[in-house]
Design a protein around this ligand. Structure first.
Ligand code: HEC
Ligand code: HEC
Length: 394
């Protein structure tokens, strides 16, 4: 009886232990990506977050802390302007725009410059830098979404974009378009780049709306498929997850505003006159220099474009042949944004042109596309896509 009891106890112990062990080891194995976050990145961020936190404390402690640390003679000199500086710094904590932050700091420093208080000036600048950093922190991953997103990603995206998000998973021969690297390592600039980024601030990354559109609708003419059957929850989760590949970049460069706005499509859009004006603009604005004389079957400029590196080689990005290549963002409003803002991370730069000119250019591009559909423009001789320019030594 005793033996049976002991045996039962041992079994129970093993069972409980087994269950506990399973739980203890489950999370990292279930979600290797989240637990393998680059150590260096973590350290850097931990440091920066800590800096930001202490800046917040400094701001709430305000000028008194700065005063206590300033040399005696400065303290005496500062006293007359103290209330102005105090009021300005108190406002810093509530400011949410970087420009205003900087203006407020300049005001405070100028007041101190007038009375020669160099150590206080330095301290205020340092405080302002820290505060600026705090204003830049625009994103923290929502771990619940990240975990769901990891599953969605593994099932639908990693075959192309790679388990590490570096897009180096498949390199189909003869393909000029490679899966996006979400870590940023394969772009010449060594930074996270999304081609379709309609944020109104050029220093910020793509809007969630841009990513949603790409994932829902896909990118025609490339292997990137559309996932129209994703629920809103799956879509949001996978977006949250792919941001973790470029954690630091997203953290400090997450857009917070809206995208650029598109004016109403004019009533005479697509008229023969607007196509003619568009044709002229296409030459005078330099579009033809890259895209070629598409309307007359001219090929796009070959291999001049090599911004993305795959397997150590720079790869060409070939300008669109409007007559035959699908346009990735084909909606007219989206083309407006693309022509205005450019295709990020490619030589197709932003264009500072009027609304009217933009509409005329779109009308011309669509006109050429129509000629292609009707078979009036011959398929062009393609530039040798496989012959990528070798990567330069760094
Ligand atoms: C069959 C391969 C393939 C699969 C599967 C795939 N992608 Fe892509 N994806 C691509 C390619 C190729 C590109 C690059 C297209 C380009 O540069 O125009 C791309 C580009 C992207 C971009 C960048 C768009 C931009 O503006 O630069 C995002 C975001 C993206 N994919 C997300 C996803 C997500 C999320 C999934 C899974 C739900 C997924 N992709 C599945 C091939 C794929
Ligand atoms: C320096 C070369 C260059 C110049 C100049 C240039 N483009 Fe492009 N353009 C490109 C490249 C390269 C792409 C393809 C980028 C990609 O999708 O990877 C492109 C793509 C496009 C697209 C397709 C976007 C999509 O959704 O697929 C449009 C439309 C376009 N260009 C219009 C224009 C117009 C209009 C002008 C003149 C105002 C212009 N481009 C000037 C290189 C150029």
């Amino acid at each position: 009886m005793k033996q049976v009891l002991i045996a039962a106890l041992i079994t129970l112990f093993l069972l409980v232990g087994g269950v506990a062990l399973t739980f203890a080891f489950q999370t990292p194995e279930d979600n290797p990506r989240v637990f393998n976050m680059e150590d260096a990145e973590r350290e850097e961020l931990a440091y920066r977050v800590e800096t930001v936190r202490s800046a917040d404390e400094l701001i709430s402690g305000g000028i008194d802390l700065l005063m206590a640390n300033a040399p005696r003679e400065e303290q005496a000199a500062v006293r007359p302007v103290l209330s102005t500086v105090r009021a300005n710094l108190a406002k810093l904590g509530q400011i949410t725009e970087r420009e205003e932050n900087n203006r407020m700091v300049d005001e405070s420093v100028n007041a101190l410059r007038a009375i020669n208080a160099p150590s206080m000036q330095t301290a205020i600048y340092r405080l302002a830098d820290h505060h600026d950093l705090r204003l830049r922190v625009r994103w923290e991953p929502d771990m619940e979404k990240v975990n769901t997103g990891w599953e969605v990603y593994q099932q639908n995206c990693s075959t192309c974009h790679g388990a590490n998000g570096d897009g180096d998973q498949i390199t189909p021969e003869g393909l000029s378009v490679f899966p996006r690297d979400f870590t940023g390592q394969s772009h010449r600039s060594r930074s996270v780049v999304f081609k379709f980024n309609t944020s109104d601030r050029p220093d910020m990354l793509a809007l969630d709306e841009d990513l949603r559109k790409t994932i829902r609708e896909g990118l025609p003419g490339t292997p990137m498929p559309g996932f129209s059957d994703f629920s809103d929850e799956e879509l949001d989760a996978v977006i949250e997850f792919i941001k973790t590949f470029g954690y630091a970049a997203w953290k400090f460069n997450h857009p917070s505003g809206a995208g650029i706005s598109v004016p109403e499509i004019p009533a005479d859009f697509n008229s023969p006159e607007s196509v003619d004006t568009g044709r002229e603009l296409f030459v005078s604005r330099g579009c033809q220099a890259c895209h070629g004389d598409v309307e007359n079957g001219g090929p796009p400029l070959a291999n001049q474009v090599t911004d993305w590196v795959y397997h150590g080689e720079l790869r060409p990005i070939v300008p669109r042949d409007y007559a035959h290549d699908p346009i990735r963002r084909p909606a007219i409003e989206d083309m407006f944004k693309t022509i205005r803002l450019g295709v990020k991370g490619t030589p197709m730069l932003a264009n500072n042109i009027s609304d009217d000119d933009t509409w005329d250019l779109i009308a011309y591009v669509l006109h050429v596309k129509q000629l292609g559909i009707e078979g009036k423009v011959k398929l062009q001789e393609r530039p040798a896509e496989a012959e990528a320019t070798p990567a330069p030594a760094h």
